[in-house]
Design a protein around this ligand. Sequence first.
Ligand code: UDX
Ligand code: ADP
Length: 460
Amino acid sequence: MGFEKTIACIGAGYVGGPTMSVIAYKCPQYKVIVVDIDEERIRRWNSDNLPVYEPGLDEIVKEVRGKNLFFTTDLEGAVKEAEIIFISVNTPTKEYGVGKGMASDLRYLEKAARDIMKYANGDKIIVEKSTVPVRAAEAISKVLSGSKKYHFEVVSNPEFLAEGTAINDLLYPDRVLIGSRETPEGIKAREEIVKIYENWVPREKIITSNIWSSELSKLAANAFLAQRISSINSLTPLCEIVGADIEEVSKNIGLDSRIGNKFLKASVGFGGSCFKKDILNLVYILRSYGLEESADYWMKVVEINEYQKTRFVYNMIKEMSNTLADKKIAVFGFAFKANTNDTRESAAITVVKKLLEEKAIVSIVDPKALENAKKDLKDVKGTVFYTEDPYEAVKDADAIAVLTEWEIFKKLDYEKIYELMRKPAFIFDGRNILDHNNLFRIGFNVYPIGKKPLTHFEKI
Ligand code: UDX
Ligand code: ADP
């Protein structure tokens, strides 16, 4: 069957893979080619063991792979065949030179642009999907202007999907944002991208804007979401001291429709590949224009998050008689949130590293993220065990630290777990997902986030 058009995507990661799978699924008239330089990644996209775990993704990939969705390392072929090319490569925080630790590292993006230029055989629309600093489209256009033969129109189409709910977010987005230049070429390119999404997204949810607004909106959306979490987390130590309950506070303020109830869940700290990176990037841009006050404001969101992770471990040390040496800690969850195997910037990385510095023995349980946990901790000194069996992890453990809100942790037999642990047994619930009163009744000393602890110790 002939296809109406071909779409390529450079980068088969957490964004590119699921996004292109959904486009292929919803647009059988288009051929979609996803390219990556990582051969192993592509091999896995073509296998039954996909490199990304997302509820609903396996089914969609099975349905369309080999029909109108293809995963390949053949960049040249994909660039030649496609009229529209999405760039979905990683843009990590820069680890060298100017802007080290703050700015986005755009080398993968630039490399992708250069590859497009090298292999192109005609005009193309380039869609900036990776999260980028404001005015990155200009930087890509600058590189692409090196081609004297063809015209490349760059549009911005930031991704708002959250991991763990990626497929749902892609199928039913709150909005799709497409930014372009306000020139005839820019508007024409933008309309081409609108046409793709119109296949399943109601037209009123497809928003078009100027390209810089689109780029900044992505950074701002993530900064606002993260700011809500840091705001609520900043109140948790106060709650623990004065006896207020952070969940009640969240609920009470969230009922104000101007505030809303989402993203107000106190936790051991936010993780994920986006929040910290995007805020640092925003802060860097603000500073580069001399806007120090605005930069300091957003920087505090990251600092509160770092403080929350550290505070969690300090609290464990303090409550467990000021020493964790040779104590066994069962870490429940390593993924940065439930329903994903992704561990990038997970609070668990910081917490486990600090526990190991204290010479604790750590036993990590996670249903999906152990493979990534092993990679994250490969150079770390200390004793770490990995298991998918929570009952094995807690054997002779002194404490449990809940770091990811996996459903399975709620359904465990905590009477049995209590029996298996050393006494006194501690639970530090960094996600407030467990039944604290019941755990206390069983015999545990329970330390939720932002609530008064429930302990069996007598005050002397
Ligand atoms: C985020 C944005 O939500 C998404 O729109 C954007 O495209 C990419 O960045 P993601 O990082 O995948 O998505 O997950 P998200 O659900 O936002 O969670 C981020 C972190 O915040 C997780 O560690 C999560 O556990 C934590 N979180 C979230 C809280 O601690 N409390 C909350 O109330 C919500
Ligand atoms: P994200 O979460 O933004 O999707 P990932 O790191 O999961 O980020 O995925 C980005 C992908 O882009 C990786 O699989 C990486 O190998 C790929 N990539 C980076 N640069 C290039 C390039 N020049 N050509 C093809 N693929 C690339």
